[in-house]
Design a protein around this ligand. Sequence first.
Ligand code: HMG
Length: 381
Amino acid sequence: MKIGINKISFYAPKYYLDLKTLAYARNVEPEKYTKGLLTNKMSVVPMNQDIVSMAANATLNYLTKEDIKDIDLILFTTETGQDYSKSAATHLISILGLRNDVRAVELKQACYATTAALYFAKGHILQNPNSKVLVLASDIARYGLESPGEPTQGAGAVSILVSKDPNIMVLENEYGIYSEDIYDFWRPDGSDYAMVDGQYSNEQYKKFFLKTYNDYLTKTQSSISDFSALTFHIPYSKIGLRSLELVAEKSTYPQLFNNFDKAIIYNKEIGNIYTGSLFLSLIALFEFGNLKASDKVGMFGYGSGAVAEFFVGTMVSDYKAHLLPMLHKKILDSRTELKINEYEYLITNKTPKEVILDKDTHGRVQLESILNFQRKYKINI
Ligand code: HMG
């Protein structure tokens, strides 16, 4: 049975900070961010968006009545969860009007969790061929003001509908995997901001990439020439480029580098969305890249702590007809640029524990209130 990505979309919240503005404020050369990290902007969440509303907005971009009927598993991946007990996935049942005979679960292993969710989704569909699985990746990445990680923040969500006979990409069964107990990036209980050993995390990321990539090549007896594109988990795009350079030379494999440039178009505009980063890159590759039916795309999923996987998808004929580039352009074009003091206010002032929020026009789903520690969402039809 062929199982894979049937539909895919993203949502980015209405505010962004231009990284040149951040660079001037922090007395850093703007090129360090735009060329050194390959990031131009980072999304900033308003108080009326959270991981649930962003995931719902990404899903509403494509959801049909037939999908609602067929979805019987929701896998919500995040590392910025809102509740230690109730999964973010359960909110989606009421917001999207899904069936009640659905499994709804939140998964965590830093940014790797979405790659794991795709693996679990495939297993579920093998046993239930007519089901569709909603895989959601939604995060608000925060390192704090004036920290080295500050230019690698962001916020956003990716929504993936997994099914048999997919319209966009078949997920192949083979994979390379590597896990090790390390502290490269972590966020202990009670800490609002991630802690990170920046240069060590970069080294580990590249080590894990080589281990999983080589594991995959050995298991499948394949080589770099079998791929039309390699995509990466990219908290900032430069780390993907540096990893690609470890296994391919630009002069020998120009197509891999051309497709990589296309695959970072959205990440450069939105910044780090943790669990969704690899899949945001995949959306850009599908929409702007040069891929034809049967082309193979390598994907590197990485989550600090750390677990990594290299896995592969095969493009389906006519996949372009199932993408949403105009809608994605509209989402990005409708954003508002923040001044540095506005950004600093939003980063340091969390949504209050009890609050009723104003309605606005960005995103069909918004957080309406938090009362008695319960979140309520409103949907603008
Ligand atoms: P830093 O020390 O401020 O920057 O931290 P740097 O000195 O390493 O410079 C960065 C790049 O800018 C370098 O490029 C410089 O040469 C260049 P490279 O040599 O690497 O290609 N540069 C310039 N380029 C042009 N003009 C200039 C200029 N100046 C310098 N004037 C760091 C950078 C990424 C470490 C920091 O921002 C950080 O700690 N970020 C968070 C950690 C992170 O994202 N790590 C990635 C691997 S871990 C991971 O992916 C997991 C994660 O997603 C979490 C999860 O799994 O949940 C984070």
